[in-house]
Design a protein. Sequence first.
Length: 307
Amino acid sequence: MRRQWMVWCMALCLAACGGGGGGGDDDDGGGDSGIVGESSGGSGDTGGTGDSGDTGGTGGTGGTATSWYQPGVGITWQWQLLGNVDTSVAAALYDIDLFDVDAAQIAALQAAGHRVICYFSAGSYEGWRPDASRFQAAELGKTLDGFADERWLDVGSANVAAIMKDRLDLAVQKGCDGVEPDNVDGWDNDTGFTLSRDTQLAFNRMLASESHARGLAVGLKNALGQIPDLVGDFDFAVNEQCFEFDECDALAPFIAAGKPVLGAEYLASYVNDVAARDAMCADARQRGFSTLVLPLDLDNSFRFSCL
């Protein structure tokens, strides 16, 4: 979640331009598992780079995991955070909500050959989550722009860190292959706290190390200004709107490190203008990105893949 002030105006634009209809899925070919190669293309385009599979990571000692899932550059993926998960999408990797799916659903996806990344917000308070009562009033900051039901968290708090570690434990209990912690760029936003860059870096590195200690892959969400510091700590990047805002060069260190960039674009022209979408997708493929064009709500009402 980023640049929230754009959400409502883009949503209105999508509606005005006819976006948001179902049945627009350009899928990625059949049977991708995160281990086998991928070759088919979306939007009339040629196939993307093959998925290099998962390898063991280096890491923990003394009772912690020493390997975890590591997706390859060019992997196909599906991102759905609202509604019943559509399990028919031919993508190697599914990114779904940690709290809204159960272990049986995750196991079913894995049995069908998919890897599963579980989303949760690490840097914002969501009052509807089952562990919401554990946050202290002093840890709740300003409302996130465009999301009136979310508030920034004080990521320097030991209690916040403890809650996030428990969420990682939940991801292990449910069988997730990895996690996508959201809102890890509070230091660069008006949170109501005096969060320093170093405080954010320490929190983000804690998320990465604690994920790896549990055998979980972990993605860096947006946080472009910290990529040079954190590319070595995270296994993949999840980015929103880098093409729209001309920020994609900042993600190159992940590709150079052999780690995928999972991108999402919401711009109405990418939804409704095939030529604009194809041009963006050609750029994404050249960069080695795994880019999707999706609805802002991430409800799977339409989906276009650049691979």
